[in-house]
Design a protein around this ligand. Structure first.
Ligand code: ATP
Ligand code: MG
Length: 373
């Protein structure tokens, strides 16, 4: 929700590789949108592999302290060392913990050639980000027949409820896909229109409770309860559910059936990368790490060492991450304007970086977006 803010304090953490090229582009776009957001104030901060090599820590304490004073942040990318390095651990994982960013939200949208046409893929993956198998409680147990490895999978009602709420809120904020006259009995209308349009505001719970009836069962039951406890707030959102394996199959066969997919950590991790593959370049896909008090935008791609320093990194994922960050803060107009400007540039296809088959530079694409704005 939008708090009345005088200014917007945004931490900037370009970190490594092309993060240092695309985060400044995202900053320029936020500076350019004017009165749709409070005047942004940027706080440059350090994290990542390079700062680890220099100083022995991937996430300096000053960075975390400074972020606590910010409304949000933009994170670039971290290089990961190819082998285990003592003392090094991902600053992103640590930041998610420190700032309680319990959701990873990744919208995946294909840009239709014609603005009137509906995009073939237009969905959001909402991934629980704090538990499941990622609590990293693993044990190696010697037995008579050799070693045995065990892992704990943690699912709590609290985390499932808050990720469920987040998914419903995101569904509410998305444009309704079909016309829905409010005077007619809603259930019948939704069902009939759904037969034809197969697309309304919808949350799909991804689970495997046919096998993991206790853990996935709790995740599913808790999210099912979310609309029931919401005093009608989510009445317009249809609740669906799907077993994870069939969900992946259908994601590739008919991605248009999905609106908001909500999943425990591991399934969400896999599904969000799979969904990104549906729309081509990694250079297009944004994400945010969201909590109740802090939102951090982060392009989905990594540090891309193969193109670092060449000035050809696609800045669109970072620019869209900035849009997504302000969208989660409640600045819908500003976010819509950025997304429309980016859509126009991609659709026209004149100014594109090499990953999309073009010959333009990072700066060219930035300038094209700024011009549309
Ligand atoms: P990391 O270990 O940091 O994830 P990586 O080698 O896995 O590095 P990614 O950043 O994940 O690299 O990128 C995978 C491929 O996609 C690389 O070939 C990279 O050049 C390309 N790529 C990623 N992001 C972009 C971008 N913004 N613009 C252009 N190409 C990109
Ligand atoms: Mg990578």
């Amino acid at each position: 929700a939008t708090a009345a803010r005088q200014s917007l304090k945004i931490g900037l953490i370009p970190a490594d590789g092309i993060g240092k090229e695309v985060i400044p582009a995202a900053r320029r776009v936020l500076e350019a949108i004017g009165s749709d957001i409070p005047k942004p104030e940027f706080v440059p901060l350090l994290a990542g592999w390079e700062v680890f090599v220099r100083s022995g820590t991937a996430l300096p304490e000053e960075t975390v302290e400074a972020l606590r004073e910010c409304d949000g942040a933009l994170f670039g990318a971290v290089s990961s060392p190819s082998r285990r390095v003592t003392g090094y651990s991902s600053p992103i994982v640590a930041l998610r913990k420190e700032l309680d960013l319990y959701a990873n939200v990744r919208p995946v949208i294909s840009v239709a050639a014609n603005p009137e046409e509906k995009p073939a893929v237009d969905l959001v993956v909402v991934r629980e980000n704090t538990e499941c198998l990622y609590v990293k409680q693993e044990q190696l147990v010697p037995t008579e027949n050799g070693k045995e490895a065990r892992a704990t999978r943690l699912i709590t009602e609290r985390a499932s409820r808050r990720i469920g709420k987040m998914a419903f809120e995101i569904a509410l904020g998305r444009p309704r896909k079909v016309w829905l006259p409010s005077s007619l009995p809603r259930i019948i209308v939704v069902e009939i229109l759904n037969l034809f349009a197969r697309k309304i505001q919808q949350v799909t719970i991804i689970h495997k409770s046919n096998v993991l009836s206790v853990t996935d069962g709790l995740f599913r039951e808790t999210i099912r309860q979310v609309p029931a406890d919401a005093n009608g707030r989510y009445d317009s959102v249809k609740l669906e559910e799907q077993i994870v394996d069939s969900a992946v199959y259908r994601l590739f066969r008919e991605p248009q059936i999905y609106d908001v997919m909500v999943a425990p950590n591991l399934y969400g991790d896999i599904i969000s990368d799979a969904a990104a593959a549906l729309v081509g370049s990694l250079g297009l896909v944004p994400s945010v790490n969201a909590g109740d008090k802090f939102i951090m935008g982060e392009p989905v791609h990594g540090s891309a060492p193969d193109i670092e320093g060449k000035g050809i990194a696609n800045p669109i994922a970072a620019i869209r991450s900035a849009a997504l960050m302000i969208r989660h803060m409640g600045y819908t107009n500003g976010a819509d304007r950025i997304d429309r400007a980016v859509d126009q540039v991609v659709r026209e296809g004149q100014v594109l970086t090499p990953d999309l088959g073009g010959k333009s530079s990072t700066d060219d694409v930035l300038n094209a977006v700024l011009k549309k704005l």
